[in-house]
Design a protein. Structure first.
Length: 138
């Protein structure tokens, strides 16, 4: 079975195993942060990437910062989408792969920024405020 590719404009919070090709429109400055879990230092930035259907923010951590440059065209295999403060972020992840591809002719539709849409971060999760009278709890 061939790998299916998705366009940036088709990404949603439920997108998994994302395969896509994009151009790097811009890179933000690198920030140094500490992990909440173990307080280790990390470098992080976001890149605005896109194709002919839209743009999205790609989060880059540590060694992945060196893998892309502004204006480059890349193929992302097995990436994923996450929500950060209710907005979509594309991620490489530990199982994803990114590689530069030849070419310069990728038009970017910058007026469709899918990272500007706000999503309910609790959608899809089951939240229980209590049990009904038919509960199995004594």
């Amino acid at each position: 079975m061939a790998d299916e590719f998705v366009k940036i404009g088709g990404l949603s919070p439920k997108s998994k195993r994302v395969n896509t090709v994009f151009k790097v429109v811009s890179l933000e400055d690198i920030k140094n942060v500490r992990s909440k879990k173990d307080r280790t230092a990390h470098a992080v930035t976001e890149a605005l990437v896109g194709d002919d259907t839209g743009v999205v923010l790609l989060t880059l951590w540590d060694e992945s910062l060196e893998k892309i440059k502004q204006g480059g065209i890349y193929r992302l295999m097995n990436g994923y989408v996450s929500l950060f403060k209710g907005t979509i972020r594309l991620n490489i992840g530990k199982y994803g792969e990114i590689e530069e591809v030849e070419g310069t002719g990728l038009d970017v539709k910058g007026d469709n920024n899918v990272s500007q849409r706000i999503y309910d971060e609790n959608r899809g999760r089951r939240m229980y405020d209590g049990f009904s009278s038919g509960s199995f709890w004594p």
